[in-house]
Design a protein around this ligand. Sequence first.
Ligand SMILES: Nc1ncnc2c1ncn2[C@@H]1O[C@H](COP(=O)(O)OP(=O)(O)OP(=O)(O)O)[C@@H](O)[C@H]1O
Length: 755
Amino acid sequence: MDSNLGSTNLKKVKELPKIDTSYLSKGPVPSSTTSSNKSESYTPAEQLVYSPAVSRNKEVNQSSLNEDNSSVKTATLTYGRLSIPKVMKMFIKNKLYFNEKGLIVKDLSTMPGFEALKKKHFNKLRGFRTHTSDYNDELDNTYESIGLQQDDDDEYDDDHQNHRDSRDDTLSVISCMSCLSTNSLATLDHPEERSKLLDEDDAGTSMEDLSDIQNLNDTLEPDVEIISKNDLKLKTIELPNNSIIPFRNILNCKVLNWKDYEANGFNIDSADACDFEFIVEIVFAKNRRADVIPRSSIIRCPYEEYQKLMKMCQYDELEDESITKQPSLKELILFKAFPNPVERNKILVIINPNGGKGKAHKLFHSKSKPILLASSKAEIHIKETRYHREAYHFIKNHPNLLRYNIICCASGDGIPHEVLNAIYHRKDRSEIFQELVVSQIPCGSGNALSLSCHGTNNASLASLNILKGRVEQMDLMTCQQKSYQDNIDKIDDAEVAQNTRVSFLSQAYGIIAESDINTEYLRFIGPSRFEIGVTSQVLRKKKYPCDVMVQFGKENKHEVKQHYLENLKQKTRDQHSGTGIFDEELNANVYTFDGDQEFRTLTDNDLLPKYHLTDTDVNELPDPSWCLLDSRITKNLNIFYGGKMPYIAPDTKFFPAAIHNDAFIDLVISDSKTSISRMASILLNLDKGYHVIQPEVTHLKVKAFRLIPHVSKTVISVDGEKFPLEPLQCEVLPKVCKMVFMEQGGFKETGFESM
Ligand SMILES: Nc1ncnc2c1ncn2[C@@H]1O[C@H](COP(=O)(O)OP(=O)(O)OP(=O)(O)O)[C@@H](O)[C@H]1O
């Protein structure tokens, strides 16, 4: 291990640091200090124009700029919404402290020692140094009592007007100008200006480069739009006292004065080092009503907090000899913010503009894109589908899918179904499944994947989870039907796929299938079309005779429950053994530095079903490990529903015992002998998942099943898509597809353990 690493080793470093004064100007107002013309143009008058109260209304702002004051008709002030006085206020007021969950922000102006601190900065500006304030002690005293502060008011920064004299303002602005002109991460909206300011690793692609890349891309991937980082519009805010920004909400950060710190050398434990303050711009997802939106804030970080974070990241325990230099503050913050080792920065978004009620395009661009773009190093390419099954053809024939590391379907469940089948029908499918993550941004009418994996139906929250959640390999299910051989849809590549398709969500026959497929004409009313469909079928007491053969996994409700509890115990053990520590307040894992994760190595054999539908007579059991379900149930069957994900709609836990990688398909079966009133009560329990514990409902886990319908006019639905009405054989393929799950791993909890 390098001698610079670790708190113990770090103590050995003898060189004393110099105090950072880069953000402090030596004179009152520079006439021309930097390459940026912002400093040149600043006058107190501008500050008036840009006071938070005025800047709420951009149009008023702009016209007052143009008409009233010639000094504000400058490039500086026309650069988007960068509110200089706000930045200045933040520079003065916000200071951060780390804890295991994230960073606590103190508003120094509320501290008793704040006046003394201000004085100290004044003196620094004039080249003096004094040790005046004991405000740190006072901060420390209140530190323990800080609680999580929920903030729903996006404009709180504007509401926190503080009183300062004009001299302080001027000095603060100078400080901010010198930081921002050379280092700011993302606070400027003007694209050209922004790309000039950024460091290489954060820079958006320049306009010329972008058009070159787009031209090249047009030949490789026609109709794929590249989204530039320059599209990111970030508002910079200041934070009220005791705000907490959890690591899980941090999207990016930049230490504005890191270069100055480096120039002074790394030093730990020296008296002078304690005076060093980093100026950090944090980009984070902030709650606003039901959504999260990206915001940035510029905060001071005391030197000791950097040391503390280094200890929290356990650099001193790291045995990785390849790491030879002391980690930067940015690296440490991003390490805590993105503990999951699986990269998701090269993002292909497939948007179905017809998804849901036709709002997928708008939903993606307004709710999801800002969060994805704000994250560190995200590159986003967008493909909008123009016709049914285009997503399938696009993925199946894509020449270089591994240029991405995640495919996000901004759609309902139909596009993930097409994407997974397209991958499954590719010759390089084992490699693609091994490398690529598939996920959903909920923009459709059925968003079961997002509800189950991200725990939300909200596009912005799902996008945050896409960046932060835990990637794990999920089971898929193969589907075989004879007519795939005819290849009527021209979707199967006979050699590669062996007439097999894959399903990630569900297979339905009877009431559920009819309610899903036969209510397509009600698509415009949204998700309630399912409920209307189910109610009408139940009232009509319809039955759907069939035969069902299964290879049992868990034969009865008791076994299903035991299996679930066992799995839950194992998950808790895993969470506490190296992969992370469960944090009840956050309801998520707090990961240790050792975030390594092992994935199963896939071979082509892992993707093949063991049983082939055509190998035996369809009415014969494939082998003695299979058995036929009781015909007293199946000849009166009204619901046959196989599934892999717990939530099929908001508040509908149809498969509350589903586990993403247990190598079983959950089956829920009921029959029409059940009275209408009992059936109504069963269906009313779908939101809690209690239907599976009702005596009239059969609840099993199977490794495989074969469904032989005996009704000539009905439908079979797989993942919500209409499939041929003929024998269907499904088999689980354990752990084949990488998906993003909740931060603590696995699906959103259903509470099945306590049912
Ligand atoms: N531009 C398009 N025009 C017509 N159909 C399309 C288009 N793009 C995709 N589709 C088809 O729309 C179907 C439904 O897609 P998706 O699941 O995204 O939407 P949805 O409204 O949520 O539907 P679902 O009810 O299945 O959840 C898919 O079969 C897909 O092939």
